[in-house]
Design a protein around this ligand. Sequence first.
Ligand SMILES: *[C@@H]1O[C@H](CO)[C@@H](O)[C@H](O)[C@H]1NC(C)=O
Ligand SMILES: *[C@@H]1O[C@H](CO)[C@@H](O)[C@H](O)[C@H]1NC(C)=O
Ligand SMILES: *[C@@H]1O[C@H](CO)[C@@H](O)[C@H](O)[C@H]1NC(C)=O
Ligand SMILES: *[C@@H]1O[C@H](CO)[C@@H](O)[C@H](O)[C@H]1NC(C)=O
Ligand SMILES: *[C@@H]1O[C@H](CO)[C@@H](O)[C@H](O)[C@H]1NC(C)=O
Ligand SMILES: *[C@@H]1O[C@H](CO)[C@@H](O)[C@H](O)[C@H]1NC(C)=O
Ligand SMILES: *[C@@H]1O[C@H](CO)[C@@H](O)[C@H](O)[C@H]1NC(C)=O
Ligand SMILES: *[C@@H]1O[C@H](CO)[C@@H](O)[C@H](O)[C@H]1NC(C)=O
Ligand SMILES: *[C@@H]1O[C@H](CO)[C@@H](O)[C@H](O)[C@H]1NC(C)=O
Ligand SMILES: *[C@@H]1O[C@H](CO)[C@@H](O)[C@H](O)[C@H]1NC(C)=O
Ligand SMILES: *[C@@H]1O[C@H](CO)[C@@H](O)[C@H](O)[C@H]1NC(C)=O
Length: 505
Amino acid sequence: MYSLTLALIAWWIVFANGQSCDQRKYDQDSVVCVCNATYCDSFDPITPEASGKYLIFTSDRDGRRFQKSVQNFSNPSNGSDSSWINRNVTYQGIVGFGGAFTDSTGININSLDEKTKSNLISAYFSKKGIEYNMGRVPIGGTDFSTHAYSYMDNQTVAYSNVSSTNFTLAPEDLQYKIPLIKNAQQVLGRKLKLFGSAWIAPRAWKSNGQYSGFGFLNREHFQDWADYHIRFLQLYKEQGLDFWGITTGNEPNNYLVPFNKVPTVAFFFYDQQTWINNNFGPTLRNSSYSNVKLIGLDDNRIVLGFLDDQLKSNVTRSFIDGIGIHWYTDFIPASVVTKFHNKYPNLFIFGSEACIQNMLQEPVVLGSWGRGEQYANDIINDLQNWMGGWVDWNMALNVQGGPTYINNFVDSPIIVNATAGEFYKQPTYYALGHFSKFLPENSVRVKIEDLENLQVVAFQRPDNATAVIVLNSNDDAREFKYFDNERGEISFNCTPHSISSILYW
Ligand SMILES: *[C@@H]1O[C@H](CO)[C@@H](O)[C@H](O)[C@H]1NC(C)=O
Ligand SMILES: *[C@@H]1O[C@H](CO)[C@@H](O)[C@H](O)[C@H]1NC(C)=O
Ligand SMILES: *[C@@H]1O[C@H](CO)[C@@H](O)[C@H](O)[C@H]1NC(C)=O
Ligand SMILES: *[C@@H]1O[C@H](CO)[C@@H](O)[C@H](O)[C@H]1NC(C)=O
Ligand SMILES: *[C@@H]1O[C@H](CO)[C@@H](O)[C@H](O)[C@H]1NC(C)=O
Ligand SMILES: *[C@@H]1O[C@H](CO)[C@@H](O)[C@H](O)[C@H]1NC(C)=O
Ligand SMILES: *[C@@H]1O[C@H](CO)[C@@H](O)[C@H](O)[C@H]1NC(C)=O
Ligand SMILES: *[C@@H]1O[C@H](CO)[C@@H](O)[C@H](O)[C@H]1NC(C)=O
Ligand SMILES: *[C@@H]1O[C@H](CO)[C@@H](O)[C@H](O)[C@H]1NC(C)=O
Ligand SMILES: *[C@@H]1O[C@H](CO)[C@@H](O)[C@H](O)[C@H]1NC(C)=O
Ligand SMILES: *[C@@H]1O[C@H](CO)[C@@H](O)[C@H](O)[C@H]1NC(C)=O
């Protein structure tokens, strides 16, 4: 047993770096990469290349996954017929990339044995993986829980003393969220930028007495609802976890959608602004958590106008640090985000939720490159319009796309098959990784000329490397060619339906 363990450790050391994708093809246009207790595809450490060279990592529909190549710059003094990159023209900085620590994520990850679980956490947070630096933490339950719950459900009356022991963390915090966040931070080697979002208030505080549906937070509980958030930050702090941000609440406008069963803390008309101005803002800024970023909207582009209205108040403006946008109405052009940025240039903007929810297909589609491309396309559009990050929804779901107590099954970049003791990395995982891995926090977007039929964004990173990400959504290969006047020309063939991350120092 002992020597077997040693042999396994030796095998791990030899093969742990830069393993390739163990491809599996279901009935789709591309593949998933299979990981288990002893095998998972991963990155070698990325080290700077000499100044005449650049790195390219490519994933595509044909099954390449972060395939690495090193190339030489050419024509150092002649770029007259190429597109240009200009690092002197700068735009927004990167806030970060990540996923959500939902209960379902925790349940699925915990359904795996320790080694497989560790490979999964590594896949998201370590240097061998795609180096997420952000995590969204639901304050209580969400639709991706096995039941709805707030932290004050065990009261029969509208009791509102949140400082009392009546407000306790739920078993889900202690079993799933907290241990998983700690594990992720350990693997990352530093603190994640955590931000909290609430879906569910105590039912007794709502006009309809329900977690979802057409009901609003009662005004007499506005201060309680602010205190409730502070109490959450305090109890997580006691568990050793600090928050970077907190939102004004997940999708408060959900109640407008008939028959929507997603639990929601809705506000009647301008009440959310009143709550921010009179309760949440002052309470947060006057608490021990005064440096926690207050993130507005946390809802779709289609309701960006509601936030714009709220921000007409200079009091609201004095509290809001940035905004989170969900992707479910991204049929609305991203130019509305640029317009918003131009009006409020001091607010950071990032994507705070996305997932593939396609009513016409199975919730989970294993190996769909189209879904990966949907992620990459949205991220590039967002980055081109002043958004500084993108936070995915569930990090791990089961093969049905759950659990979800309201049967709101969706897809996820990692699908866990507990029966087989394995998990599948979907094309969406790689699509997101082409950004999260290569654009660390505080990278700054720089100008790059548009290239015909290719989508491209460029960044200068804090380590002074230049990172360029290019998406080819065409059915045929395209030449990618541009000129960096300090280096020379970059030119390579983008394979059909591919995403490439280019990196040079
Ligand atoms: C894990 O996957 C590797 C690579 O496909 C395979 O060789 C190995 O047998 C698998 N291990 C288990 C326990 O299934
Ligand atoms: C890059 O240049 C080096 C010499 O500096 C040469 O050995 C190598 O083959 C070149 N690589 C490519 C991909 O052209
Ligand atoms: C630059 O190089 C290309 C070939 O790579 C050539 O066709 C072009 O004439 C050159 N332009 C100048 C201004 O030297
Ligand atoms: C950027 O600015 C530097 C110094 O101001 C200048 O030397 C360089 O030519 C500029 N680069 C471009 C692409 O304009
Ligand atoms: C409520 O009470 C039940 C049973 O006493 C307990 O299992 C559950 O954890 C409590 N919920 C919370 C949020 O404290
Ligand atoms: C809230 O509850 C705590 C503990 O039960 C108690 O010490 C405190 O006085 C209560 N505060 C209010 C305002 O009722
Ligand atoms: C919870 O609140 C109720 C009032 O609704 C109070 O009677 C009870 O003592 C409180 N429980 C705890 C543990 O503080
Ligand atoms: C901040 O808290 C202190 C002490 O609890 C209180 O005296 C003060 O009124 C509070 N200020 C605001 C703006 O809420
Ligand atoms: C908002 O504006 C009013 C009047 O224009 C001013 O008195 C007040 O101090 C401002 N408040 C903040 C928080 O800036
Ligand atoms: C999950 O694993 C079980 C047991 O190995 C297998 O029968 C099933 O087909 C797997 N599901 C998928 C989607 O691969
Ligand atoms: C990046 O470049 C700037 C200016 O050239 C320099 O001051 C800084 O030290 C460099 N940073 C790193 C991490 O190399």
